[in-house]
Design a protein around this ligand. Structure first.
Ligand SMILES: [Zn+2]
Length: 393
């Protein structure tokens, strides 16, 4: 199930009929992780907490929800493909919501009065929702592309806004040189040609205007266009609102009659290229700023220090890098070395994935988080970096 802001708000607003808590489960199902072990360990910790803070009857009701989750995990979650994170929200009153997402986050099980929606809200912030307009001289279609889901947005355009009789190859209408000369020779033909041009411009303007309205209404963040490789693209772009032009992430060759899967692949390639460029820009900024001053840091230990001081504006982590570390969750202290917590003095606990812990801390600090998915030779030496809100003194 695709997640939108509206659903997140709904989840935040949800009020149970009883005083029983909401169970929020985030299960990291990224291969090759051992999902059963992760779930068992999360449940084990949660059961201990429940037996301490709830009476026997309440604990029994929560236990029934845990059982339902365990059964569901065995029957469904463990068989999922193309999913990296499963989020389940459930309570003893029968409330059940599940989201399957193609990006991973640390696994956690939270038993609180309200749903724990912060990780999902981070994902929403992190992933751009793309509106994709596919248009030629006569037709236009709109699609949304979000976390790998490509869906048509119906009822935005009327079918065939340009009349049938102007169903002419746009290159004939707009082309100069021999094609135009051969087809449209006389003065009468010139008038037909100009009429067709008017019709196509009208169509392009309608497509551009309706796309702009829809983009704003549904709060998309980025925009992509697919058109035939001819005059259609400059004509369409001429009619685009500057707001959309500024959010244009890329263009690809297509026409509205192509199969949806081809359109999806072309759009996803375009978006992937844009996101790679975006990644490069952030990594360039990391290196430039850390070299020229103190507004960025590189490396796990410097980033941990910056997190503790609340300096991190944007945390950048290599998405597949894992390293063991140490943590005092009481005091939000992380370390790459085994040592005592500098705040409470207790020995710090070993954690399996220090980067996940850093992401968790960054969420608490409302930092932006960028996962670097592609290989960057220089960055791979550091695994983590951060753009800072204020400088390191
Ligand atoms: Zn401590």
């Amino acid at each position: 199930m695709l997640i939108y802001n509206e659903q997140l708000e709904e989840l935040a607003r949800y009020k149970a009929a009883t005083d029983d808590p909401m169970i929020s489960l985030y299960l990291n199902v990224t291969p090759p992780g051992d999902v059963s072990t992760q779930l068992n360990s999360l449940l084990h910790t949660a059961r201990n907490e429940i037996s301490e803070k709830m009476d026997a009857e309440g604990a029994e009701r929560v236990e029934r929800v845990f059982n339902r989750i365990e059964k569901h995990a065995k029957n469904q979650i463990l068989r999922l493909k193309n999913t990296r994170l499963v989020a389940v929200f459930a309570d003893s009153g029968g409330f059940w919501q599940e989201y399957r997402l193609p990006v991973s986050l640390p696994g956690q099980l939270v038993v609180e009065p309200k749903a724990c929606i912060r990780p999902l809200s981070t994902l929403l912030d992190e992933f751009d929702r793309y509106l994709v307009l596919v248009a030629d001289s006569r037709h236009a279609r709109l699609f949304s592309l979000y976390m790998g889901d490509f869906e048509e947005e119906p009822d935005v355009f009327m079918e065939s806004e340009v009349p049938d009789r102007v169903r002419v190859n746009i290159s004939m209408a707009a082309g100069s040189g021999h094609a135009g000369g051969k087809v449209y020779g006389g003065i009468g033909d010139k008038r037909i040609e100009s009429h067709i041009k008017d019709q196509i411009h009208k169509h392009m303007k309608t497509a551009a205007d309706k796309t702009f309205e829809y983009f704003k209404k549904k709060k998309f963040s980025r925009f992509v266009i697919g058109t035939p490789d001819d005059k259609a693209r400059p004509w369409l772009k001429a009619h685009l609102h500057s707001y959309l032009k500024n959010r244009l992430a890329g263009e690809f060759n297509a026409n509205p009659s192509m199969p949806d899967t081809d359109l999806k692949n072309a759009a996803m390639e375009t978006v992937a290229r844009y996101e790679r460029e975006n990644e490069n820009r952030i990594i360039d900024a990391l290196f430039e700023k850390s070299a020229s001053g103190s507004m960025a840091v590189l490396g796990v230990d410097p980033v941990i220090r910056a997190l503790r001081k609340g300096q991190v504006h944007t945390l950048v982590v290599e998405s597949d890098y894992r390293v063991k570390g140490y943590a005092c969750h009481e005091d939000h202290v992380l370390s790459s070395r085994q040592e005592d917590c500098p705040v409470c003095g207790a020995p710090m606990l070993e954690v399996g994935d220090l980067i996940d812990e850093m992401v968790g801390e960054a969420i608490l600090h409302s930092s932006e988080i960028r996962h670097v998915f592609t290989a960057h030779g220089e960055f791979e030496k550091y695994h983590a970096g951060a753009l800072l809100r204020f400088s390191m003194q």
